[in-house]
Write a protein that binds this ligand. Structure first.
Ligand code: S3P
Length: 166
């Protein structure tokens, strides 16, 4: 079983995924880190040097390799914020999908100063627009939706564990 965590940049997918796997003794993989290893460079450099189209191709290739996982232990997969754009149906079919739902304010609070952000697709103007575009995709893909606002990483991970028991 693969438990895929989806949601906008800054909603806490990586930290919640790590914590969820720690709490339950499950495997963990972060798609962005796999892409960086595969490409041999940082995500920001892939965007800058090769462009978003190339990044999306590499992202899908890495995702499909991960989806071949057949291990005994559940695998927690933290997706990149844009990974569902091209792959939402496959993710819905092959994984238990959890949408970590964050409001615009949650995202800003989590990411801190936008100038400091290393995320290439992030600018103040684009966050609201992208969130509005992507929220329906995350919602449709999700088997479970967890609101992250005001909760700690450990609380969110526990909530996911409870949901998965149902
Ligand atoms: C992206 C989100 C990033 C990373 C890349 C593109 C997006 O991951 O994959 O910068 O399109 O939303 P995080 O959501 O982990 O920041």
């Amino acid at each position: 079983m693969i438990i895929a965590l989806a949601g906008f940049m800054g909603c806490g997918k990586s930290s919640v995924g790590r914590e969820l796997s720690r709490q339950n003794g499950w495997e963990f993989v972060d798609l962005d880190r796999v892409i960086e290893k595969y490409a041999g460079k940082r995500i920001a450099d892939i965007f800058a040097q090769d462009g978003e189209f190339c990044f999306r191709r590499q992202e899908s290739q890495c995702l499909y390799r991960i989806l071949e996982y057949q291990g005994e232990s559940p695998l927690v997969l933290s997706l990149g914020g844009g990974a569902p754009l091209l792959n939402s149906h496959t993710l819905h079919e092959k994984c238990v999908c959890i949408y970590l739902e964050a409001t615009y304010e949650d995202i800003i609070a989590h990411l801190g100063s936008l100038e400091d952000s290393k995320r290439p697709l992030l600018s103040e103007k684009s966050i609201r627009q992208k969130l509005a575009e992507r929220a329906p995709i995350y919602q449709e893909m999700a088997h479970y939706i967890i609101k992250v606002g005001g909760k700690s990483v450990a609380q969110i991970a526990q909530e996911i564990t409870e949901q998965l028991k149902d």
